[in-house]
Design a protein. Structure first.
Length: 340
């Protein structure tokens, strides 16, 4: 079968299409005929030798990339009870994180990081590492869910988001756009930033209440405060990392929450002052994707609220490298998908 390997830490040249033997189905496994995949910012780092070197999710090449994909079950092991042939499924990001609190062992089960990912025509996963995808979704739509959507879902639900509260999203990538859509479904007020007025206009069409161009307004936290009568927001979806954290902290209301998710600004050595966390009595919560229980709860909410993922562009399997390059360009709004 056709698959992709990351062959070394040498950038996109390390992304090679390979022929691999068909995977073998164990008694508790399902064999998935993969139909679509999606890219996450994390995947851009993997061909360059990893993702800021979290040892627990590091695996030496060659490895199959990507955490996110969806397909049809075409064979099941003798002891499988959760799925049958013909079911439409996606893998969960941490194969061993079913529910409860995340542990070190579970961090070591990240698809396309600690263990082989799903960018192959057929993939074997334990039945415990899969979820059914929303019935109304195409495989392409479902392929956008395992990392970005579950991350956005955990960020909003962990703090118990209430209708009428205000959420701030940074940028218009995969996590932020899912967070915007979920926050609207919760009845929250939403503020979103972007480098592009065109993307902000798109975000408004999706229901964003306040939009801020962070290029035009480098001190965007002042705009956030102005839009909230000087109070600040209840939850910041913090995907920027060290380069935006101080402004995110300034944007949060007293006793509010900063959901610490990403590293888009690079700059891991920058040290924002922790004092405002204390003075504002903030909860700064690290978010690491989510569990299978969270994924399933999110899918129920998606179905009831008829939330449809925003796919910016779709590439063929043989155009995988072009998909990575497009993702790297930052031109996208929402998700970039690969399809068979
Ligand atoms: N902790 C976790 O479990 C977890 C899970 C998923 C993702 N992440 C992290 O979250 C981040 C976002 O991931 P993603 O997959 O959603 O990325 P993505 O789709 O590639 O998002 C890229 C977008 O982020 C925006 N951006 C870039 N620099 C920015 C800045 N300085 N300020 C505000 N926005 C900025 C840009 O939006 P505009 O073009 O609109 O300016 C850019 O298009 C990444 O760092 C990723 O590693 C973490």
């Amino acid at each position: 079968m056709k698959a992709f390997h990351i062959t070394g830490p040498t950038g996109l040249d390390a992304l090679q299409q390979v022929d691999l033997p068909e995977p073998i189905v164990g008694p508790r496994d399902v064999l998935i005929d993969m139909k679509a995949w999606s890219l996450n910012y994390r995947d851009l780092g993997m061909p360059h030798g990893g993702y800021y070197r979290n040892d627990k999710v590091k695996r030496d090449p060659p490895m199959i990339p990507l955490s996110d994909g969806a397909g049809e079950v075409v064979a099941v092991g003798d002891e499988v009870t959760r799925f049958q042939v013909g079911d439409r499924v996606a893998g969960i990001f941490f194969q061993d994180w079913i529910g409860g609190e995340l542990t070190d062992q579970q961090i070591g089960s990240a698809l396309g990081g600690a263990i082989d990912g799903v960018l192959a025509e057929r993939v074997v996963l334990p039945e415990s590492g899969c979820v059914s995808i929303p019935e109304s979704y195409s495989f392409q739509q479902a392929a956008t869910l395992p990392c970005a959507a579950v991350t956005a879902w955990q960020s909003l639900t962990l703090g118990g988001l209430q209708a009428g509260q205000c959420v701030l999203m940074l940028g218009t990538g995969g996590v932020s756009i899912f967070a915007l859509q979920f926050a609207k479904a919760f009845g929250a007020r939403t503020i979103i930033t972007s480098s592009s007025d065109e993307k902000l206009e798109h975000a408004r069409r999706l229901g964003a209440d306040v939009t801020i161009n962070y290029r035009e307004h480098p001190d965007w936290q002042e705009k956030v405060l102005a839009a909230t009568d000087g109070v600040g927001v209840d939850n910041v979806i913090e995907v920027g990392g060290a380069g935006t954290l101080e402004k995110s902290i300034a944007s949060a209301k007293t006793s509010g929450r900063v959901s610490l998710i990403g590293v888009l600004t690079g700059q891991p050595d920058q040290n924002p002052s922790p004092m405002m966390v204390l003075f504002k009595r903030l909860t700064v919560q690290g978010i690491y994707v989510g569990s299978r229980d969270m994924f399933e709860a999110m899918n129920r909410a998606i179905t009831v609220n008829q939330i449809v993922p925003i796919i910016d562009r779709s590439f063929g399997f043989d155009e995988t490298r072009a998909a990575y390059e497009y993702m790297r360009s930052g031109a996208h709004f929402g998700k970039v998908v690969i399809t068979r």
